[in-house]
Design a protein around this ligand. Structure first.
Ligand SMILES: Nc1nc2c(c(=O)[nH]1)N[C@H]1C(S)=C(S)[C@@H](COP(=O)(O)O)O[C@H]1N2
Ligand SMILES: [Mo]
Length: 169
């Protein structure tokens, strides 16, 4: 796949705006989005969830926001959208401003695979998240560890089998 010649791996040194996050990795376009962008640019879904926290017990929340897979499409992940096997090799890492980060597989959220309705929340319960930052919502998880709050970065890339040449679709 062709890439822009302008240093695709360069990380900007500038601090992001509060509540914004970057989409990066194997993408055609690195994109920085705010919670307001998430609210305006995509269909909003609602999820009433319960997740368990090892230290605080069960948590009940209502989240509103767009589907993670629809938001990520704007950055154009580096797979051929028509090739399922190729898509099934991609990983997504989501990080919070405190360094907590977690992994999803692209296949978990892909409509042809797990089809999990994972959201990037614009609102939690009665509060807009514009200042706090978006939160990853994984309604299919029993435990809360992947509900990453104050998201600052989302990375996507293909898993390469150690020692193997890059695979064809
Ligand atoms: N940024 C960030 N998000 C995070 C965590 C964290 O340490 N940092 N902990 C996770 C864990 S373990 C749980 S259980 C939930 C806690 O959600 P609550 O604040 O609604 O209890 O947040 C998740 N999201
Ligand atoms: Mo937790």
């Amino acid at each position: 796949m062709s890439r822009p010649s302008t240093a695709p791996h360069a990380t900007p040194v500038t601090m992001p705006a509060p509540g914004s996050f970057a989409l990066r990795g194997d993408v055609a376009h690195q994109v920085t989005l705010t919670v307001a962008d998430l609210r305006e640019g995509w269909e909003q879904h609602r999820a009433e969830v319960v997740f368990d926290c090892a230290t605080a017990g069960p948590q009940h929340h209502t989240f509103v926001g767009p589907l993670l897979r629809e938001v990520m499409a704007v950055a154009q992940p580096g797979f051929d959208p028509a090739r399922r096997k190729e898509r099934s090799r991609f990983l997504v890492s989501v990080s919070g401003d405190d360094g907590h980060h977690t992994i999803l597989s692209w296949a978990e959220i892909d409509a042809d695979f797990g089809n999990a309705p994972v959201l990037l929340a614009t609102r939690m319960d009665d509060e807009d998240l514009d200042t706090a930052g978006t939160q990853l919502v994984v309604p299919s998880d029993r435990c809360g560890a992947r509900y990453v709050s104050a998201v600052t970065g989302i990375w996507i890339g293909a898993h390469q089998l150690p020692g193997a040449p890059p695979s064809e679709g």
